[in-house]
Ligand binder design. Structure first.
Ligand code: PEP
Ligand code: MN
Length: 359
């Protein structure tokens, strides 16, 4: 069994940064009473702008090793350089993670992977800052190819100009869900601290993650969050973490309750039938779209007509509202359909025009 499946959910807690020896020891003492699987603390901090606190490096590892021995707690740190891995091993770290700003760089991930050959330590890979599932998977594969047996992914959201719901990062939930579909055996841990960026939103984001079948949570925890040297807004106290953890509702993928199983099966049959009808209707729509394209080609009209697209946005948006559906959602669906329609009309046009003898 994977190290990261040893508890359900697998919980990682601790400060964003290891600030002082006293802070590390006092926080570890509290976090150890919560029964979490790993204590976390940043030792080298990748900061967006120079001049911010960049971590205490090797001295912080001394404090973490001391905390591990004193409170019998396993710990994890972020590594970004092969030398960080060497020191993590020397100071008996129990797991390491690769940060979002490192996952984006395949050269650097490969350097870390090379440093991990022949090493037996669990490794977590945060998603890259940009929403690219292939890059995330690629980093995970590089670590696995180095021979690391216990690998997990951490979802910490994606950078963007307008994060949803006042969050610091876009959660973009379909990406980790797709990762789980492709790699069902891989543990995925959610980091609601970096996703939300706000301590008051951590409980709801954590529950959402468990409802979406995540295997664990990484929650930044600080004795005096407002005074934290990094990520002050998003850290919670150990007491608050205890409340958050005890308030979580645990869900299972399946149920033993026969009548619910039967009901679910019935509703899914209905839904599957509707899905087939939707596909039949899309095929009919495409057929008509092909005929429309032929008229445009024959009359030398543009394939894409902005006024027509505006009309579709208005009419489908209005219908969505009548049916109590999200207007944005229906328009997003129609963007895909319309885009495919235009692509098909363009390729028919190219075929028809190439077939014509040149004047
Ligand atoms: C962190 O966990 O403190 C951190 C730097 O995270 P990320 O790599 O997600 O930005
Ligand atoms: Mn942080």
């Amino acid at each position: 069994m994977s190290f990261f499946h040893s508890a359900k959910p697998f919980i990682i807690a601790g400060p964003c940064s290891a600030e002082t020896r006293e802070q590390v020891l006092a926080t570890a003492a509290e976090v150890a009473t919560l029964g979490v699987q790993l204590f976390r603390a940043g030792v080298w901090k990748p900061r967006t702008r120079p001049g911010s606190f960049e971590g205490n490096g090797q001295s912080a590892l001394e404090w973490l090793m001391e905390a591990k021995e004193l409170y019998n707690i396993k710990y994890t740190i972020e590594v970004a350089e092969p030398q960080h891995i060497e020191l993590a091993l020397q100071y008996k770290a129990d797991a390491i993670w690769i940060g979002a700003r490192t996952t984006v760089n395949p050269f650097q991930v490969q350097r870390l992977a090379d440093a991990l050959v022949g090493v037996d330590i669990p490794v977590m890979v945060k998603n890259p800052v940009n929403p690219d599932i292939e890059l995330w998977m690629g980093a995970i594969e590089r670590i696995e190819k180095a021979g690391i047996k216990h690998v997990a992914a951490i979802h910490r959201g994606f950078s963007g100009y307008s994060p949803a719901a006042g969050y610091r990062n876009q959660p973009n939930w379909p990406i980790p869900i797709e990762l789980k579909r492709r790699r069902p055996e891989l543990a995925i841990i959610c980091d609601p601290s970096h996703i939300t960026g706000k301590r008051e939103l951590i409980a709801e984001a954590s529950q959402k993650a468990l409802d979406m079948h995540f295997d664990g949570l990484m929650i930044e925890t600080h004795l005096n969050p407002d005074k934290a040297w990094s990520d002050a807004r998003q850290q919670v106290t150990p007491a608050r973490l205890r409340e958050i953890l005890s308030g979580l509702m645990h869900r299972d993928e399946f149920t033993d309750d026969m009548s619910s199983q039967v009901k679910l099966e019935y509703l899914r049959q209905l839904m599957d039938t509707i899905d087939m009808e939707i596909i039949d209707l899309i095929a009919k729509r495409m057929d008509i779209s092909g005929q429309i394209g032929d008229v445009k080609t024959a009359c030398n009209m543009t394939t894409y007509q902005p006024s027509r697209w505006r009309e579709i946005v208005e009419s489908t948006g209005a219908r969505a509202e009548e049916k109590d559906l999200s207007k944005d959602f229906i328009i997003a669906v129609y963007e895909k359909i319309h885009h495919e329609s235009i692509r098909m009309q363009l390729s028919n046009r190219a075929r028809a025009e190439n077939a014509q003898p040149k004047q």
